[in-house]
Design a protein around this ligand. Structure first.
Ligand code: FAQ
Length: 317
C-alpha cells in the first residue's frame, strides 16, 4: 500500500486490509489516528515492562535461595527485553525512542497502574507471577492477532515468556503453601493486596473506555476491557482453589445462568487516583527510572562516540 494514491483511495485500501484480517505493515499508509493510537498503546506497554522491573527487582538481593534468585533475575531481564522490542515496534511507526523515554520520566505518558503498588514480602513475587502475569497473558494473547504487524509479532514472543513467568509464580506460591503457617499467611496477605489492582489492569469499564470502540473497529483490540476482565476472573478462581487461598471478594460466586463468576464492585476511584500519579509508589517508580536514565548517560555518549568514529573510519576506507 504505497502513499502515491489519493487520500480517499488510501483510506479505502487501509480499511480493506483491516476487513480481510491482513496485517498493517510499517511502510503502509495508515490514518493519523491509527498511528497515534498504536504509538500510544505500544509506548504505554513498553513503559509498563520497564517500570514493571522495579517491584520484583526489589527482591533480587533478598531472594531466599540461589535457585529463586536465578529465576527472578531471568524474569526481570525478560521484562527489559520486552520493553526493548516494544520500543522498536513503536519506532517502526515513526516514534522516537528518546522522546518516549523523556515523556515517561517527565510523567507525560502512562504505564500500567499495577506497578505503583509496593512488594512487601517474597510472596509478592509469586503473586505478581500468578496474578499480574496471568492478567497480562489474558490481555495480550488476543493482541497476537492485533492488526499492526510488528506489535502482533512482538506479542507472540512476549506471551510465551509471560506464560513461563506465570508458572514460576504459581510454583513459588505452591511451595510456600506447603510450608509453614506464616508462609501461608504471607501468600494470603499478598493475594489480598494484589487481587483488586490486577482486575484494574484491564482498564476502565467499557462504558468509560474512550478508546475501545475505535480500537475494536481497527482490530487493534480484539476484546473489550470488561470481556477480558471476566475471562481473567473465570480462569483464576479455580487456580485460587487449587492453591488454597481465598480471593478477597465476598461477592465472588458462580453464576450458572451466565456461566461466569460474578464479582464485586471495583474501586474505580482508586484506579483513577493511581493512573493520575497518586498511587502508593508512582513518585518512587518514576524517580528511580529517571535516575537510571541519568546514570546511563555516559553509556549512551560512549556508544554514540564509538558509532561516529566507526562511521568516520568506514568513510575514510
Ligand atoms: N493503567 O480507553 P481505554 C505487564 C488508560 S504489561 C494505566 O480502555 P485502551 C507485563 C489508557 O491508556 C502491562 N492506564 O484505553 C509485566 C487510556 O489513557 P489515555 C501493560 C490505563 O488503550 C508483568 C485511558 O486509561 N499492558 O503487565 C490502564 O483502549 C509482570 C482510557 O483507557 C499493556 O499495555 C491501566 N491499567 O485500553 C511486567 C497491554 N488502563 O492514553 C512486569 C497493551 C487503561 O487515553 C511484571 N495495552 N489506562 O490517556 C492494552 O491492552 C490497552 O492499552 C489497555 C487499555 C487495555 C491497557
Amino acid at each position: 500500500m504505497t502513499a502515491t494514491a489519493e487520500p480517499a483511495e488510501l483510506e479505502r485500501r487501509f480499511e480493506e486490509v483491516i476487513a480481510r484480517e491482513e496485517r498493517v505493515e510499517p511502510r503502509d499508509w495508515v490514518p493519523d489516528d491509527y498511528r497515534a493510537t498504536m504509538i500510544r498503546m505500544i509506548a504505554q506497554h513498553a513503559h509498563s515492562e520497564i517500570i514493571g522491573m522495579q517491584p520484583e527487582g526489589n527482591w533480587i538481593t533478598r531472594a531466599p535461595s540461589l535457585r529463586r534468585k536465578a529465576i527472578l533475575l531471568a524474569k526481570v531481564q525478560d521484562e527489559a527485553g520486552h520493553g526493548l522490542y516494544l520500543y522498536s515496534a513503536a519506532e517502526t511507526l515513526g516514534a522516537d525512542r528518546d522522546e518516549l523515554t523523556r515523556k515517561l520520566i517527565e510523567g507525560r505518558q502512562k504505564y500500567s497502574s499495577i506497578f505503583n503498588y509496593p512488594t512487601l514480602s517474597f510472596a509478592d513475587v509469586g503473586v505478581i507471577g500468578w496474578l499480574v502475569d496471568g492478567a497480562a497473558i489474558c490481555n495480550q494473547v488476543p493482541l497476537c492477532r492485533s492488526s499492526y504487524g510488528p506489535y502482533a509479532r512482538a506479542m507472540i514472543r512476549i506471551c510465551k515468556e509471560e506464560s513461563f513467568h506465570q508458572r514460576q509464580g504459581y510454583e513459588l506460591l505452591m511451595t510456600m503453601m506447603r510450608g509453614s503457617d506464616s508462609q501461608r499467611r504471607m501468600v494470603q496477605d499478598a493475594t489480598d493486596r494484589w487481587w483488586w489492582p490486577s482486575l484494574m489492569m484491564f482498564g476502565p469499564p467499557d462504558a468509560d473506555s474512550p478508546h475501545t470502540e475505535r480500537s475494536m473497529a481497527w482490530k487493534i483490540k480484539r476484546h473489550t476491557n470488561d470481556e477480558l476482565r471476566q475471562r481473567f476472573v473465570d480462569m483464576t478462581v479455580p487456580q485460587a482453589d487449587a492453591l488454597g487461598v481465598t480471593l478477597p471478594d465476598p461477592d465472588l460466586r458462580w453464576n450458572a445462568e451466565r456461566e461466569h463468576y460474578d464479582f464485586g464492585a471495583i474501586d474505580w476511584a482508586e484506579f483513577k487516583r493511581v493512573v493520575a500519579g497518586n498511587g502508593p509508589c508512582n513518585a518512587e517508580r518514576v524517580a528511580h527510572r529517571r535516575a537510571a536514565h541519568d546514570d546511563g548517560a555516559w553509556v549512551r555518549e560512549a556508544a554514540a562516540a564509538h558509532a561516529a568514529r566507526r562511521a568516520e573510519r568506514d568513510g575514510a576506507a
